[in-house]
Design a binder for this molecule. Sequence first.
Ligand code: AHG
Ligand code: MN
Ligand code: MN
Ligand code: MN
Length: 332
Amino acid sequence: MMDKLTASVGTALDRFIAKRQEQFPYATGELSQLLRDIALASKIINREINRAGLSDLGGAAGTENIQGEQQQKLDMIADVRFTRALINGGETCGIVSEEVDDIIDTGNHHAKYIVTIDPLDGSSNIDVNVLVGTIFSIYRRRSPIGRPPTMDDMLQQGTEQVAAGYVLYGSSTMLVYSTGYGVNGFTYEPSLGEYFLSHANMQCKENGSIFSINEGGYNTFNEGLKEYIRRCKEREYSGRYIGSLVGDFHRNLLKGGIYIYPATSKYDTGKLRLLYECNALAFLAEQSGAMATDGKQRILEIKPTSLHQRSPFYVGSPKMVEEAMQCLEDYT
Ligand code: AHG
Ligand code: MN
Ligand code: MN
Ligand code: MN
């Protein structure tokens, strides 16, 4: 496996991408450009999120997405911004977005990549000024160049990702991504309008003492999961759950911990979506020494059958995910 790019902290994102591309003699620059397109869209959304309270961008849009969720205005704005950036960037032939029922045909039929995206993750937190994020995955298309994107292009299992990442719109804005050679985090400097490497080669701790789960569903959890939660409490682990998957994932990646969204009475296969939440974070998890399963199998090996399908999600420090899975096996 190629060595991870050992760039120094402070390297600008553009320079980092260019250096990475140099390591691939046959790279033609499309993936680099696609990553730049995503970074550009995130800067625009960052500005709109920061002003949401002062403009009319907060609150519900009055529409519902295919998930049956009340779409927030910023869900729609983020979706439009990313879609427009990817269309104009020219490197993406098709998009799957949480906010759009069907495949988005960008018209760039010569392009060789497809993108799946959660434009705004944790949108229930927007109006209360709690961290939200964006999650994305990039795959090579499987259909011939020159034609519209196909369902087969979109329903690829997570092991086929060429890159994945997330943006955190928090106390600072960060872009964290991987192209399969380690995970690197970049912090946005608004006064310069640029991301700079701040978290080189991010590694998840093998074990941890933070567990993230919405215990509101506790009474509906299966016995195995209840047993694992009991053990976390007996050990007086910290319960941390902010309701934005990206924020909970990022904290656990930095400090060690486990995030669980199990099957519940409301979501019998879990709430999180495989194509644009679980797969991207599972890719980053495995690139940083963490683990991601549906309670039984690697998330990345699940063969998708529909664009918006959901999956139970156990992700974080490998020792914690393994113990949770053992509890599911032994007690259910
Ligand atoms: P989204 O805002 O993109 O629909 O995702 C929300 C997800 C995830 O971000 C979060 O961890 C989870 O939903 C919270 O769900 P509960 O409110 O059911 O705990
Ligand atoms: Mn949503
Ligand atoms: Mn989400
Ligand atoms: Mn979302």
